[in-house]
Design a protein around this ligand. Structure first.
Ligand code: PLP
Length: 350
């Protein structure tokens, strides 16, 4: 389910919500520079946004080391996942989308809604990583698109970068590969893990990124896609492009995209919360999957619905999954106060 689902409590809460840790938002954003830019932009809201869109496209292209026509902007990256699904569903009727399972389902669900089949490859047992070897074997004539979420949602697990680049080298020679890097900043070293290099080599690869996570702008809606110019042109028929963007958000994005100080701050706060969360889980006898994201997934000892309901009764919203015969809780990283509220609730619920 899209993250939006996490924004809504599953049941009416009995107590006031102390911590919303269900939608992978980042409470440290937007950055002060973004907020200032929004305040300055608001009175000029009568202006159409085109010039700011072009500026942001150019700024991102320069930073990623590609040409501006290799960047497609959108109000959140979710719309780009959707537009990509439509492009491949309608140009390859009867085709399939290949991905890991579980993974982030926005793209694959849209693809299925528009007639594609979903070819799922279970994560590796024990480590819950992408099974790249099996995915590569599964590529066949029907495969229209390969979707890889790295680091993955809901597991938080990051793929070994050499293995992923080699996989993309080989697979993209046969079929288009889409890599969703929404959480890549939380690996601590986005350049090490990104496959933008594969795009620069001219390969049939797309990468989606978002301002919703490290930049803390989920509600302001800004995302982008990097890819080959022809591919992006085709996808933009279904969504994305400068025309639908809000000028206030564009100006916020321009102000914070290269704000390294804020990115470092945002990351350090996330890492502090992640370490606290790991320690809390250990103290309560839980294991967890190592996370390269702003959330952590851990196996729970009761039914998922019972667990989320009990946590909500203690003022904390989290999400649950079931796979590999096991119920899991996914908890997003919040402020330290929110993480402490999670720790208190977990102690009661366990
Ligand atoms: N990709 C992944 C893996 C996500 O988890 C999300 C949202 O949480 C998105 C894409 C979409 O994010 P947005 O539309 O806010 O950019």
């Amino acid at each position: 389910k899209p993250e939006l689902a996490g924004a809504l409590p599953p049941t009416a809460p009995k107590v006031a919500l102390k911590a919303r840790l269900s939608a992978n938002e980042n409470p440290y954003g937007p950055s002060p520079k973004a907020l200032k830019a929004i305040a300055e932009a608001a009175p000029e809201g009568f202006l159409y946004p085109f010039q700011y869109g072009m500026q942001l496209q150019k700024m991102i292209a320069d930073e990623e080391g590609v040409a501006p026509e290799q960047i497609l902007l959108s109000a959140g990256s979710g719309a780009l996942l959707h537009a990509t699904a439509l492009q491949y569903a309608y140009t390859n009727p009867g085709g399939s989308v290949l991905s890991a399972d579980p993974t982030y389902e926005s793209l694959v669900r849209a693809a299925v809604q528009h007639g594609m089949t979903w070819d799922k490859v279970p994560l590796t047992s024990g480590t819950y990583d992408h099974n790249l070897e099996e995915m590569e074997k599964r590529v066949n004539d029907k495969t229209s698109l390969v979707y890889v979420c790295n680091p993955n949602n809901p597991t938080g697990v990051t793929i070994n970068p050499e293995s992923l680049r080699a996989f993309v080298d080989r697979v993209s020679a046969k079929k288009p590969v889409f890599v969703d890097e929404a959480y890549i900043h939380y690996t601590g070293d986005p350049k090490k893990y990104t496959v933008i290099e594969n795009i620069k080599k001219g390969q049939n690869v797309m990468v989606a990124k978002t301002f919703s996570k490290i930049y803390g702008m989920a509600g302001l809606r800004m995302g982008y896609m990097v890819g080959q110019p022809d591919t992006l042109k085709a996808i933009s028929k279904w969504g994305g492009g400068v025309g639908n963007l809000s000028m206030t958000t564009l100006r916020a994005a321009l102000a914070c995209y290269k704000d390294d100080e804020f990115i470092k701050y945002s990351l350090s706060k996330g890492l502090e919360a992640r370490e606290f969360l790991y320690a809390t889980l250990k103290q309560n006898g839980y294991t967890y999957l190592p996370s390269g994201t702003n959330f952590v997934l851990f196996p729970i000892r009761m039914k998922g619905d019972d667990f989320t309901k009990k946590m909500m009764d203690n003022g904390v919203s989290v999400r649950q999954w079931k796979f590999d015969g096991q119920f899991w809780c996914r908890v997003s990283l919040g402020t330290m106060d929110q993480m402490k509220a999670f720790a208190d609730a977990l102690k009661v619920v366990s």
